[in-house]
Design a protein around this ligand. Structure first.
Ligand SMILES: Cc1cc2nc3c(=O)[nH]c(=O)nc-3n(C[C@H](O)[C@H](O)[C@H](O)COP(=O)(O)O)c2cc1C
Length: 448
């Protein structure tokens, strides 16, 4: 068998009834599917039919966005994933959970449980939660400093990894006659004492099929990149141009190597919003139809929260004002950069900017025929900007069905994407092995 050809990794980023902010107003869109199980079951099964590596649900512990103009409420994804594990067999199940508004013991336990319940398909998108709304739900008046959030996130993941390691695989004795269930010397306290956490351990969930969920990260700032380079196995990012995508990809892979890790084992997945049509004209018409349903008041409130600066109606037909240095941004630093650069580069008025952000909040929109979209993805993949893509359908379920029925077959034909699942666990889909417990490793090195 020759050298295995490098293939895409595809993640379906599923958000209520579609990523486009006006998706709910589109003919045929449901007003209540955002919190209905049947809708999510359908999405998971469509993505699995398309042999996607994984599905992913974002999250934030706050009502984000203006409920007057969009169905912004959503289910807690870590409660949704076990339900979807029951109706799927292969597809990975990734959920966001915050390191700023959780405790490591709870999250380590939750993802280990999801991994057991799904037969090894759990993934965790590690976020520090940038919004002020969330901070106000946890006793704070404002979001903690950007750098501080990432420092806490690093120690948070360290504690989780120690807890996932706290049982060695060969703990079980199971001698009913003697009444001896487990070898206690194989179940370890972690006695973690750090700046943010003091955790005794062990975890109260035995090692799961993957031992640790796939670790995903989605912040592209300086702090975010270093955090990803140290911990992430898959990295989601928003990049507007091929050049931006390539420079982010190069920079991140260098940082991973600098941390002594194998950069080929960390997958970079830029987000794409595919707007499909049988012809290019039809696809453009669909994009315009969705844009015509946008409500400027909603766009302005979302833009203000993404930039961390109030952008008022009076600025709609003016260029985006100068907003200062990205390093002073407490919230979403990389998103601030993507959006201000887009406005500058394309000399957009605020109204035009809102239209461009309507589909994916800064992620790139690809509009065209299935062939055209497949070729653009292939170009990013083959020119060092991506190891795969975070597919963000503007409308759900139809946008995902269209991608699975029309783009995936082309990618398979070109040998760029799997035709069937070969792995059992999410880590295997991403070409990763199951980590060993550090306690059994140290036991081995002590023995040798
Ligand atoms: C694909 C993608 C998905 C994201 N999902 C979430 C999410 O579910 N919850 C959240 O609070 N932030 C989410 N974010 C935002 C990031 O966590 C982060 O706040 C943002 O990218 C800015 O990070 P930075 O300040 O390090 O640049 C997501 C970002 C991307 C690119």
């Amino acid at each position: 068998m020759g050298l295995t050809t490098r293939q895409f990794h595809l993640n379906a980023f599923l958000m209520t009834i579609g990523h486009h902010e006006a998706a709910w107003r589109a003919p045929g869109s449901s007003l209540t599917a955002s919190w209905e199980l049947a809708h999510h079951v359908k999405l998971a099964q469509v993505a699995e039919r398309g042999t996607f590596d994984s599905i992913f649900f974002g999250d934030g512990p706050a009502l984000q966005g203006d409920v007057r103009y969009r169905p912004v409420g959503r289910l807690d994804p870590t409660t949704l994933l076990p339900a979807l594990a029951l109706v799927t067999q292969h597809i990975g199940l990734i959920a966001t959970a915050s390191t700023t508004y959780n405790e490591p013991y709870n999250l380590a336990r939750r993802f280990a449980s999801i991994d057991h319940l799904s037969g090894g398909r759990a993934g965790w998108n590690i976020v520090t939660t940038a919004g002020k709304e969330a901070a106000e739900n946890f006793g704070l008046d404002d979001v903690p400093e950007h750098h501080h959030r990432y420092e806490r996130a690093s120690e948070f993941v360290d504690v989780c990894q120690k807890l996932w390691d706290s049982w060695e695989d060969d703990f079980l004795i199971g001698d009913k006659t003697k009444g001896s269930f487990a070898d206690a010397s194989k179940v370890h306290r972690i006695d973690h004492r750090g700046r943010f956490f003091k955790v005794k351990g062990p975890l109260n969930v035995p090692p799961s099929p993957q031992r640790q969920p796939l670790l995903v990260q989605a912040g592209s700032s300086e702090d975010g990149r270093d955090f990803a380079a140290r911990y992430a196995e898959a990295v989601f990012t928003a990049q507007q141009t091929l050049e931006d995508g390539r420079s982010f990809y190069r920079d991140l892979k260098q940082r991973i190597t600098a941390f002594g890790r194998d950069a080929t084992r960390v997958k970079v997945l830029p987000g794409i919003v595919p707007v499909l049509g049988g012809t290019e004209a039809e696809a453009l018409r669909r994009e315009e139809e969705l844009a015509s349903l946008q409500i400027p008041a909603y766009g302005l409130s979302q833009l203000s929260s993404l930039l961390g600066v109030e952008i008022g109606e009076d600025l709609l037909d003016k260029p985006l004002p100068e907003l200062g240095d990205v390093r002073s941004v407490k919230g979403h630093q990389s998103r601030f950069q993507v959006i201000t650069e887009l406005a500058r580069r394309d000399q957009l008025t605020v109204r035009q900017l809102l239209t461009r952000l309507g589909g994916g909040r800064g992620h790139r929109t690809f509009t065209g025929t299935p062939e055209q979209i497949a070729s653009t993805l292939q170009e990013w993949f083959e020119s060092g900007a991506a190891d795969g893509f975070n597919v963000m359908p503007p409308l759900l379920p139809s946008g995902l069905e269209d991608f699975v029925d029309h783009v995936v077959p082309i990618l398979r034909q070109r040998g760029l994407f799997r035709t069937e699942y070969t792995g059992r666990t999410l880590r295997e889909h991403y070409g990763l092995t199951r980590p060993q417990s550090r306690y059994s490793q140290s036991a081995h090195s002590r023995a040798s």
